[in-house]
Design a protein around this ligand. Sequence first.
Ligand code: AOF
Ligand code: ZN
Length: 408
Amino acid sequence: MPMSRQSQNKATQSHPRSQRVAGWATLESQPSAQKLTEVDESMMRRALALAKKGAGRVEPNPMVGCVIVRDGRVIGEGYHRRFGGPHAEIEALHSCTRNPRDATVYVSLEPCCHHGKTPPCTAALIEAGFARVVTPFYDPNPAVNGKGLRRLRAAGIAVTTGVLVHEAAEVLAPFLTTVRLGRPYIIAKWAQSLDGQLITPPGESKWISCEMSRRTVHRLRARVDAILVGVRTVLADDPLLTARDVPLRRQALRVVLDGQLRIPVSAKLVASSKTTPTLVFTTPQALNTKKAQQLTRQGVELVASKTRNGRLLLGECLSHLANRRVTNLLVEGGPTVLHAMLKARLVDEAWAFVAPRLIGGDPQRCCLANVFANTDPRAATVERSGNDLLYRLRLTDLPRAAEARRWK
Ligand code: AOF
Ligand code: ZN
């Protein structure tokens, strides 16, 4: 995997290690030397592409990728493949085709320095004799939080931060949101007609989007940690909320907001809750009812949440989920819950499937009118999905943990 001579990074040319480290330490204290090279960016881009391969398998851990470069050549690469498995740096180290001594490590998050389910990556990097570590920013996990980079520097390894900060924050958004904001990263998905309706007329098929769009939703369900709906959706559609006919690591936790415990004991979510977990948020009063006992016996987990004006406090429910390490939450409706989430500016990403049909009916009841007081999405894409169009909008700013910090 050769790179052009011109784009070779000085740090990857071979000198005795002590000279290199001293050189970089001096250079780093000069502002101009902090300028990142094209190689730094392209290698980090590669590390981020690798990181994304862990989607759906590593959560609640972050998706992290790593590329090892020596003498202008990639000699190893890897990514965090599954929760509990080796970290990206270790995977990359094991894949090295040459001795990584004096090489540069590009890793899409600060290397960890703590004993979690795996030993600290910093120890492995120091042991291997790397000359330089390049990373976008620090790991906000309190167990790491800059300590990893300090440890590397103390061992004489040159550290560069601030590379592709925005792109890395995008990839790490679910992890950063959960750690920094104490709530899951929220993806709201809905299907609507051209005239903005989310519900079909009574007696008609409930599907608005086409089959291809529905398959996309199953793939999305397969990679999130939890899926949330309001009880009205359960009453209207009796959904199963599982990922079907797609490869998956495990079914997501199914979550229902249900202040008055109206979920029928006969609902599919209840009947299947011994095999696929179902959690219902309700009021403390509702917990002391016969219905609550029946549901619990069926395998449903009931969690009491405070209310305001008779409504469950969304923030409380979300922080409960974050504490259970739900990093990606998919909100599947219906209109009431979507309204509440959008109005509270809690939706990080919206996936709107727009179908080529007109439904008509009361716009106040079942469409998202008046939700956005002139909100500009931060970013948006559109793609074809069979007969539908899929609009993906980022509605929140990227988490602030993404700000690059440099440790001197
Ligand atoms: C890295 N490289 O590839 C990842 C890191 O329980 P463990 O041992 O898997 O540690 C999980 C924590 O390690 C996680 O919360 C995050 O702070 C960091 N993730 N760090 O150096 C990686 N996935
Ligand atoms: Zn690690």
